[in-house]
Ligand binder design. Structure first.
Ligand SMILES: [Zn+2]
Length: 70
């Protein structure tokens, strides 16, 4: 790590696919949406979407962090 000024990283969730990204990301890397919300609740980490029951429930197709509720 370089001597970067410590800044609290906040996250936001894509309103379309619920993928969670750092707040400075402009476009969702999963679905391409540019609409995000800071008002999300609960986080699930999907490692293997093919085998994960949670991934099926929330419709996750890409590994990553997802908000349970947006
Ligand atoms: Zn998305």
């Amino acid at each position: 790590m370089s001597a970067r000024r410590s800044k609290k990283i906040t996250y936001k969730a894509c309103t379309r696919c619920r993928y969670i990204v750092p707040s400075d990301v402009k476009q969702c890397p999963v679905c391409g949406s540019t609409t995000f919300t800071d008002n999300w609740k609960g986080m699930v980490i999907v490692i293997d979407p093919e085998k994960s029951e949670i991934a099926k429930i929330i419709g996750a197709k890409v590994p990553g962090r997802y908000a349970i509720r947006v």
